[in-house]
Design a protein around this ligand. Structure first.
Ligand code: HEM
Length: 477
């Protein structure tokens, strides 16, 4: 153990087999969460430190410069993720989020290309996002009493974001007819994500199955329900095509499913492109494309309600740009809205939705931030810890969009989508959604809290943060 430790960045004293599990459990309990534990280790051992989760060394990078040096400058070396055994089992080595190598590369390239062709980040997608927002706002206005509507934020944003991604993937939005079914599936996804912890990321499936059966079953059920709900659309479309009921118009690709099936029609099924992979891809993109954006929106509105002066300042800026709301705010306005951009950057820094980022496999001995890192170690840029590194973000606990106005280059150091080869596939879509939803909602409504606001992280022990219960009032402007 001593020899192994000498070939890794510093960290707390570790024991053979159990590694640092006792210290980690103690600090999780005493500091109150994963992010505060990572922050404590960073302050004690420096920006690059090692924690042994059982017999496996995990190297955490908690500063922007080193993350860039490792994952961007040496991008090809860190394309392979360490996949939690549980997720490998449910994804069956298919899809984009839980695979490596040739299959992952093909799936990512095809999804990025399809999103681009469908206009993500451009006018076409902007129209779809605004259409969705209009539909949701019509519901809000219909339910208003004296111009005020009180809602549960999670249902509002789940429906908005869920409908956008569902439309992109399988060409269907959620309306009065199917929204209850969607919300039921979504609530089950929520309860599964809430219980996924640091230990689910490392424990073998048989341990989870034997000793944490209820826990294991919840995750399996979530996967099956999502696959049934959204994956079945691929089967339906395939059957319709085969029976001649539906044909794909090559010049007017309706959704991701159309693009994928067209590729199969042209090149035939192979081990990467087939109906089963299509279903897994839809589930992968559907899951990753919702929770993340919804959590950011809810966490953001919670911050805006705690800091109404920020909301007012952003509104003044966008009122001016849109000439007193004579039109919607558009993606092309981005260069002219420095305060709104700063506000969203600060929301994303604060939200840092993954308590723990995904680990990459270090295949050969190398140096990171001046420390030797042996082959076989797992390495991750810990985005949540990096975003509260006080050497980069002064007074990190403060919600302060002005910090990016004082220093424009600081905004680049907010990296909520990760960096390098395994960075977020939906970054462009998510950035468009956040800009258009925050911006246009601020143009249409004022927001007031209804009940208690949260000042602390919710679910500080789970792998990802979860949107908390936030009740808020939409007050028509
Ligand atoms: C605010 C919204 C979002 C945030 C903050 C976010 C954040 C992230 C992060 C931190 C990662 C992991 C990066 C790493 O491993 O270093 C990731 C991966 C991923 N994200 Fe997102 N994401 C968001 C929205 C989306 C959307 C809208 C989609 C899909 C349409 C999406 C699809 C994915 C996929 C497929 C991966 C895995 C990529 C791979 O393994 O190569 N995300 N995201």
């Amino acid at each position: 153990q001593y020899q192994k430790v000498s070939r890794l960045p510093p960290g707390p004293v570790s024991l053979p087999l159990i590694g640092n599990v006792p210290q980690i459990v103690y600090y999780l309990w005493s500091t109150g969460g994963i992010v505060s534990t990572l922050d404590l280790f960073r302050k004690r051992y420096g920006n690059v430190f090692t924690l042994w989760l059982g017999p496996l060394p995990h190297v955490s990078i908690a500063d922007y410069e080193t993350a860039l040096e490792v994952f961007v400058k040496n991008a090809n070396k860190y394309a392979d993720k360490f996949h939690a055994p549980l997720f490998e089992a449910i994804r069956n080595d298919k899809g984009v989020a839980g695979t490596n190598g040739h299959h992952w590369q093909e799936m990512k390239r095809f999804a990025l290309q399809t999103f681009r062709n469908m206009g993500v980040g451009k006018d076409v997608m902007e129209l779809k996002i605004i259409e969705e927002l209009d539909a949701r706002c019509a519901d809000i206005d219909k339910a208003a009493v004296n111009g005020v509507t009180t809602i549960q934020a999670s249902d509002f944003f789940d429906l908005t974001v869920g409908s956008i991604i569902n439309n992109i993937l399988v060409g269907k939005r959620f309306d009065e007819e199917n929204k209850e079914e969607f919300l039921k599936v979504k609530h089950s996804v929520d309860s599964a994500i809430e219980i996924v912890s640091l230990f689910d990321m490392i424990l073998p499936v048989w341990v989870l199955k034997t000793f944490f059966k209820v826990h294991y079953d919840t995750v399996i059920n979530f996967n099956e329900q999502t696959r049934d709900f959204v994956g079945k659309e691929a089967d339906i479309r395939d059957i319709q095509i085969k029976s001649g009921e539906y044909s794909i118009d090559e010049n007017n690709i309706k959704d991701y499913t159309d693009a994928f099936l067209l590729k199969i029609q042209k090149d035939g099924e192979d081990k990467d492109f087939n109906i089963e992979t299509l279903k897994t891809m839809i589930v992968d993109l559907w899951t990753t494309g919702q929770e993340t954006t919804t959590t950011t929106l809810i966490s953001g509105f919670n911050q805006l309600l705690l800091h109404p002066e920020v909301m007012d300042k952003a509104r003044v800026e966008i009122m001016e740009i849109t000439e007193n709301r004579s039109r919607n705010l558009s993606l092309s306005d981005r260069p002219k809205t420095p305060y709104l951009n700063a506000m969203i950057g600060e929301i994303q820094r604060h939200a840092s939705i993954l308590n723990i980022n995904f680990w990459r496999i270090n295949h050969e001995p190398t140096y990171m931030g001046g420390h030797m890192v042996d082959s076989g170690a797992l390495v991750a840029a810990q985005l949540s810890a990096l975003h509260i590194n006080e050497t980069v973000f002064e007074n990190p606990e403060k919600f302060d969009p002005e910090r990016y106005i004082r220093d424009e280059s600081l905004l680049q150091k907010v990296i909520p989508f990760g960096v390098g080869k395994r960075a977020c596939l939906g970054e462009s879509l998510a950035r468009s959604e956040l800009y258009l939803i925050f911006g246009n909602l601020l143009l249409r409504y004022n927001f007031k809290p209804h009940g208690k606001l949260s000042t602390a992280d919710i679910f500080p022990y789970s792998f990802a943060k979860r949107p908390f219960k936030l009740e808020m009032q939409f007050v028509k402007i």
